[in-house]
Write a protein that binds this ligand. Structure first.
Ligand code: ACO
Length: 345
């Protein structure tokens, strides 16, 4: 085989003989609420400073949804844009997967509410809960349905109204999070590669590093649980930080190993946008160059399941990603959960 004819990477899916079938992202979209909350605004709410937040996290501002704007609204906005880019109508969708830890309500699923808002009457719909890793979990679920020929067209959304579960009196956490949504349409695109591999992992032994104690079957809402502030998220920052760096490095290396590609071949690395110091540590451990990175956390903070979905949309819109480029997504979240995906755009 001449060097020109050498495949540029190995597609791990190929060994299952999918007969030319692929799972490609054919449209992306995102939506963030209009209201901006800056670090200077936060200085008036808790004992913090722009200087502390910027140096410890890299975040400068985040978006807050309006009181009458819910996760399903953010999700539907992002989804509409992704469908438009894919050139599809909502009626063509076979399945809607919404990744979120802030559903409109415990049930029905936010995906069902989004299905109704879009008018996607043919589509099955369900939520996936993997915290900040939810979007990659959703991509892998979509891939499984498409490659198995169960469905042709799947919408995956990461959407959060984290402002509804943030304790605005706790400076350790309230400076970190924001609201928003990102979406991707996945389709069988013949003679293409698309999503090459997705690594997913979890460690329930570390569930107590990042969790919300109240509101579930263990601690249903009561006057007491509200007074004890149990319906807000809680986090062990330092331990979460260490685990995030390790898990993201391991997941990214496993995804690259499966495709037999070196990190230098990746055009754009899109990490979970939680903390600039976590991102820099992961990139250094992977041996990547800073110019391979896409970062937007200074504008939105940590939007959990929406984080890499919004960043992916912005990377495409800003011309950082073109058809044929290799992309690496890498995430980490409560659970603990983690994941990485390699995509040929
Ligand atoms: N402003 C000023 N001071 C603060 C603030 C604040 N907003 N928050 C904490 N501090 C103080 C602390 O009280 C502490 O003071 P002390 O030394 O007097 O006790 C001091 O700053 C240092 O606190 P540390 O916890 O040591 O700060 P650290 O350098 O670890 O940074 C941070 C904290 C930013 C939270 C970091 O640990 C982190 O980013 N962790 C990972 C968080 C993350 O990514 N979470 C999301 C996971 S994804 C998901 O599923 C949602």
């Amino acid at each position: 085989m001449s060097p020109a004819a050498t495949p540029k990477f190995k597609n791990p899916r190929a060994k299952y003989n999918f007969q030319g079938r692929s799972c490609s992202i054919t449209g992306v979209g995102s939506y963030v609420p209009a209201k901006v909350l800056t670090n200077t605004d936060l200085e008036k709410m808790v004992d913090t400073s722009d200087e502390w937040i910027t140096t410890r996290t890299g975040i400068k501002e985040r978006r807050l949804a309006a009181q009458n704007e819910f996760t399903s609204d953010l999700a539907a906005q992002a989804a509409g844009r992704a469908l438009q880019q894919a050139g599809l109508t909502a009626q063509q969708l076979d399945l809607i997967v919404v990744a979120t830890i802030t559903p409109d309500m415990p049930f029905p699923s936010t995906a069902c509410l989004v299905q109704d808002k879009l008018g996607a009457h043919r589509a099955a719909a369900f939520d996936v809960q993997a915290a900040c890793s939810g979007f990659i979990y959703g991509l892998e679920i979509a891939q499984q349905f498409i490659m198995s020929r169960t469905y042709d067209t799947v919408l995956v959304i990461g959407a959060e109204k984290l402002s509804s579960i943030v304790d605005w009196e706790d400076r350790n956490t309230c400076v970190l999070f924001g609201d928003g949504a990102g979406a991707a349409v996945l389709q069988n695109r013949p003679n293409a590669h698309g999503l090459l591999t997705a690594v997913m992992g979890a460690d329930g032994q570390k569930a107590d590093l990042l969790f919300m104690p109240g509101g579930g079957s263990r601690c249903p809402a009561s006057a007491e649980s509200v007074a004890s502030r149990l319906h807000f998220l809680r986090m062990e920052g330092k331990e979460t930080f260490k685990n995030a760096v390790q898990a993201m490095q391991t997941a990214a290396e496993e995804a690259l190993r499966r495709c037999e590609i070196d990190i230098s071949r990746i055009k754009c690395i899109i990490p979970h946008q939680a903390n600039r110091r976590i991102i820099d540590a992961v990139v250094e451990r992977l041996g990547a160059r800073p110019e391979q990175l896409f970062v937007n956390l200074h504008r939105y903070g940590n939007t959990s399941a929406a984080s890499v979905a919004i960043a992916l949309d912005e990377a495409v819109a800003s011309g950082r990603i073109h058809r044929g480029d290799l992309i690496l997504l890498v995430v980490f979240g409560a659970g603990l959960t983690w994941g990485a995906a390699v995509i040929e755009w």
